[in-house]
Design a binder for this molecule. Structure first.
Ligand code: BDR
Ligand code: CA
Length: 311
């Protein structure tokens, strides 16, 4: 199995993504690092520990990542989407937390990389702060990372501002660090695709008909689904992070387009935008990354459900 580190901010779609990875035989989840994001670090860390318990995997280390962005301290939250507790008000209904790994999240990541005998995949499904800090502070370990799969960015409209997607907006300087380096291949899974991967009524019913863990996930999704229904008129529910995790679990699931992207890091209205650089004004500033703009969506959603254990 592919060794995997998950950098996350649970979050309802993070919850599905975490259980998806922990139930997929193709990957070996070596660490979960929870950072600020959808809600504050205290909550996301608590949620990550409960979700790893829910998946029945107390062997997986869960550690604390960043509490705030690298440079600009105006953290954004998404409690209106995910609930004040990050899990639709239902975090307290989940099993007791697995123990907290006392090491800083970055140290857990570096220990996993040092011990690995095969290239490690990093799935970054929250603000990119810890993944960026890892690249910045441990260049000697970069060649142990096989690929970084990021849920983030938007080529079209954003979901925080007209320009910016949440995970990039939450720490644009960190996203720049990850997207502007050429040493580790990056697959970016942007909003453009994840919004097309909404899980509809029929598949949600299949999830609910699964085992007790599937049933819990379905319950967590319900209030989050209500938010998308009220604000976007959507019937289905986009599980952004699960789409990115599936690509980490089964490489090649998504269809990539190679694009050079620049992250807008100024403090104006474009902050957090991921802007394609077509090289018309000279050579592109950033190396190309694989931007997953397309996929066989029904097949992808079925693959997520099957791995979760839904009938
Ligand atoms: C991303 O933002 C968060 O709210 C979700 O968990 C996902 O990672 C979608 O823009
Ligand atoms: Ca997330």
């Amino acid at each position: 199995p592919i060794p995997l580190i998950i950098d996350t901010d649970p979050g309802v779609d993070d919850a599905v993504a975490l259980v998806l990875a922990l139930r997929s035989p193709e990957v070996d989840v070596r660490a979960v690092v929870a950072a600020f994001g959808n809600v504050g670090l205290d909550r996301t860390l608590d949620n990550a520990r409960r979700l790893v318990a829910l998946a029945g995997r107390p062997d997986v280390p869960v550690a604390a990542g960043a509490a705030r962005p690298v440079v600009h301290d105006r953290p954004v939250r998404a409690a209106e989407v995910h609930g004040d507790d990050g899990l639709g008000g239902l975090a307290h209904t989940l099993p007791d937390r697995v123990p907290l790994d006392p090491r800083p999240g970055i140290d857990v990541m570096t220990d996993v990389l040092r011990a690995a005998t095969e290239p490690v995949t990093i799935a970054s499904i929250g603000p990119l702060t810890d993944t960026a800090l890892l690249l910045a502070t441990h260049p000697e370990l970069v060649d142990r990372i096989g690929r970084i799969v990021v849920m983030g960015g938007a080529i079209g409209a954003g979901n925080v501002t007209g320009a910016a997607e949440f995970n990039v907006y939450a720490d644009p300087e960190a996203a720049h660090r990850v997207l502007a380096q050429a040493e580790v291949p990056v697959t970016l899974v942007p909003l453009d695709l994840t919004l097309r991967c909404a899980v509809g009524e029929e598949r949600l019913a299949r999830l609910a008909a699964g085992d007790a863990v599937c049933h819990r996930l379905d319950a967590l999704i319900e209030p989050y689904r209500g938010w998308y229904r009220r604000t976007h008129g959507m019937d289905g529910v986009p599980l952004h992070d699960a789409v990115a995790l599936l690509e980490a679990i089964v490489p090649g699931t998504l269809r990539p387009t190679s694009l050079s992207l620049q992250v807008a890091c100024d403090l104006g209205p474009a902050r957090g935008a991921t802007v394609p650089d077509h090289g018309r004004t000279g050579a592109p500033v950033s190396p190309p990354v694989d931007v997953a703009l397309d996929a066989d969506v029904p097949a992808l959603l079925d693959a997520v459900l099957t791995r979760l254990g839904a009938p």
